[in-house]
Each structure stands twice: as C-alpha cells, then as structure tokens.
Write a protein that binds this ligand. Structure first.
Ligand code: NDP
Ligand code: MG
Length: 385
C-alpha cells in the first residue's frame, strides 16, 4: 500500500525537494495534503500535478488562495490551526514538518499524538520542546530530516546507547569561515545568504552563517539521541561530505558520507528503513581524499556557545534562545541590525529573562512570546545606536 503523505511547508526548500523525491517514486507515495504560508501559485502547480485531497494556507493568504484554487478539487483549509488540522487528518500516514521555526511545534506534537509518523525538518520544534516531544513520540515515530541527525541515526543502527562516547556534528562553517569578529560586523545580508554548500531557505541560511544552526542542531541531537551536551562535539568540515560521526567506547568511529544533497535524508525519512535508488552520484575518491576537520571559533561565532550553554542549562533556555534568534534573524534580513547583532540580541534576551525549569507546553508558549517581545525591544535599542 502507498504511504499517504502530508507536507507542511511544501513550497519551501525542504518541501520542494520532498516533492521531487515523491515525484520519482509514485509507486510508493500518495500526496494527500500540502500547505504553504503564502506561495499560492506554487501550491496551485502542485495541486494540478498531484491532486491532493487537502490544501492548507495561512489566514493571510486565504482569500488569494480561494480565488486561485477555485477550480481545484482539493478541500482548502486555513485558520489558526490549519497546520495541526492537516497533520492529524485520518487519511495521512506520514507528516513532513518543513515549516520554519516555532510554527512547527504544535503540528509536530499533534501529529505524534494522532499516531502519525513525523519526518521532522523543523529543528526549532525539538529545540523549544525537546523533552515534551520525545516523551510523546513512540519508538520509530519521529524520523529526522536534518542531514546530520539522519546521518547519526544511520550510524546508531544496531548499536547500544551505553556504548556511545561522542557524536561529532560537522558544520560547513558557512560563508564567513575564518572571519574575525571585526570583519563580521560589516557583512551584508546578500553575503550572508550565499551559503557555500547548501541551497536552503533564508532563515536556516542565516543560522548557518552565524553557526546558530549548529547550536540548534546540538540541542536537537541531545533530545533525539538522549545524549548530554558534553557528548556532542561540533567540528568544522568545509567539504560537507561527512554528515555525522559517532565514536564508540572501543575506539571505533562510524560515519555517514554522501554528497550534500537533502534529497538523501528526505528520501530515507519518507521510506525508512528502505533506501530509494535516488540516482545521486556518490562522493568520488578525489572528494573523499579532500576531507578535513577543524575546531570552530566559538569566540567569534558566539551563537554556538550560547546554544551549548542553553542546552546545558535546559528548562526554558532553549526556547528563549530560539525565540530571540528567530526575531533577530528576521531583523537582520530586514537590515535593521548588523550580522553580529543577532548573537547580541540572543545573549541579552537570555540574560534578561529569568530562567524557568521544567516548563510545560503552555508555559513555553508564554515564554516564547515574552522572549520575542524582549528581543524586539533590544533590537530597537541596537538600531537607534
Ligand atoms: P523555507 O523558508 O524554504 O520554506 C519554509 C516553508 O514553510 C515554506 O513552504 C513556507 O511557505 C512555509 N512557512 C514559513 N513560515 C511559516 C509559518 N509561520 N507557518 C506556516 N508555514 C510557514 O525553509 P526551509 O525549507 O529551508 O526550512 C524548513 C525547516 O527545515 C526549517 O526549520 C529548517 O531549519 C529545516 N531544515 C532545512 C534544511 C534545508 O536544506 N533547507 C536542512 C535541514 C533542516 P512560503 O513558501 O509561502 O514562504
Ligand atoms: Mg543540518
């Protein structure tokens, strides 16, 4: 029987690549539901191609979508909870969560509670509410799409948890690898959006440039694999061929290596444990002989240090870190603050909000809002200077 798929964020970078994989394997997958925030035109194209039973759009885009999609046979869902409504549809087996940021949290939880398999790209959900999500997810129900976590999952197949010493989390280093703090102050939005290895949505591309992405991934890995932050070592690996390495107590290291192409972890998450013949070339011997690793510069790229600290402190700290970062990245993209202002906003927000331990979901929603408001105030102060 075909796996019935819903894609939340179908018009984004991960969403489009998921469509690409599904298009190649119509014998395995049926598209049941697709959502967009605002890209109604692309949603329409996908609706014509796949004829899904449901389409979802944000409230903001609803009236445009209604006109655009009037001849489509799909039911159009919108409103405050449209992502969760789609994530829990009885006709859906697997939900790809590929929206940006905090918006992915509720549908992830609702999908897990409804017994769906979740292919999770939206790492921010695990960053904000890792303990809550992992307590709901049954074994095998939550499959990472993030390339490093997909790689780690593959390295850990057949291994005992107590035999793990260390997880190496590779980062390409982004466009500003080797820059000094002084040089970082003057980088432009356009420069920051040019990632050397991956073609991704704007938010994660900026996170990759600040190294916050690796910090978020560290927190994501803590929860997915039940590791301590001390068991995770970030390494700079500019070739982006090794996606994770696990060191075991006997001195062995297992690594997962492939070209930097998100369709590989996406396809594995869709078909797990089956591997689909994707026709993506493997790294050549020349590629493999170029592999190198170096230590990250956490004094210059402070975001990584802040994230590690938040992971160690736990409680609401990762939620505050994430909220402040989302707001700060948005402000940087709007050219309101400089690049180095992003980690400054995150740090000041963390310092100003007193910590809360063991927050439940409702408390996390409140803290997220509070952190966003505080971050906005800090941004106003920075932009007036
Ligand atoms: P994009 O910005 O390219 O796409 C995001 C998608 O979600 C779009 O369909 C967008 O709609 C929709 N969307 C955005 N904001 C909201 C919202 N508030 N509510 C509902 N829908 C929304 O992002 P990416 O695909 O790059 O990233 C998605 C997630 O996957 C992120 O959490 C990212 O960290 C993670 N990820 C991405 C990787 C990548 O290679 N891109 C790699 C690993 C993880 P619209 O098109 O209208 O804007
Ligand atoms: Mg990643």
């Amino acid at each position: 029987m075909k796996k019935r798929i819903a894609i939340l964020g179908a018009t984004g970078s991960i969403g489009r690549q998921t469509i690409d994989v599904i298009r190649k394997f119509p014998e395995f997958f049926e598209v049941v539901a697709l959502t967009t925030h605002s890209n109604v035109e692309l949603l329409w194209k996908y609706a014509c191609e796949f004829n899904p039973r449901y389409l979802g759009v944000s409230e903001r885009a609803y009236s445009t979508a209604r006109d655009f999609l009037c001849s489509s046979e799909s039911a159009l869902l919108s409103g405050k909870n449209y992502l969760s409504d789609i994530a829990t549809l009885p006709e859906v087996d697997l939900v790809v969560v590929a929206v940006v940021g905090f918006a992915g949290l509720e549908p992830t939880i609702k999908a897990l509670q409804a017994g769906k398999t979740v292919a999770l790209a939206t790492k921010e959900a695990l960053v904000v509410a890792g303990p809550i999500i992992t307590s709901i997810a049954q074994k095998g129900q939550l499959i990472p799409v993030d390339s490093e976590h997909s790689a780690a999952m593959q390295c850990l197949v057949g291994e005992r948890h107590q035999d793990i010493s260390l997880l190496y989390l590779p980062a390409s280093g982004g466009p500003f690898r080797g820059y000094t703090f002084q040089q970082l102050k003057d980088v432009s939005v356009e420069q920051a959006l040019k990632h050397p290895k991956w073609n991704m949505g704007p938010k994660i591309t900026i996170d990759s440039a600040t190294l916050m992405n690796k910090g978020l991934e560290l927190i994501e890995a803590v929860h997915l694999f039940n590791l301590t932050p001390e068991q995770i070592k970030v390494v700079i690996h500019p070739q982006a061929l090794v996606h994770a390495m696990v060191l075991f107590h006997d001195g062995s290291i297992k690594a997962q290596i492939s070209k930097p192409d998100m369709r590989i972890p996406i396809a594995l998450a869709l078909a797990y444990p089956q591997r689909l013949p994707l026709n993506i070339p493997e790294p050549s011997l020349e590629d493999l002989s170029s592999i190198s690793f170096e230590e990250p510069d956490e004094e210059t790229f402070r975001a990584l240090k802040l994230a590690r600290q938040a992971a160690k402190e736990g409680g609401d700290r990762p939620c505050v870190l994430n909220a402040a970062n989302e707001v700060a990245v948005e402000s940087f993209l709007q050219k309101k603050i400089p690049f180095t202002g992003i980690s400054q906003v995150v740090e000041e927000t963390l310092n100003k909000l007193p910590p809360t331990s063991n927050p439940d979901l409702e408390t996390l929603y409140k803290i997220d809002l509070e952190a966003r408001q505080l971050a906005l105030k800090i941004i106003t102060k920075i932009s007036e200077r």
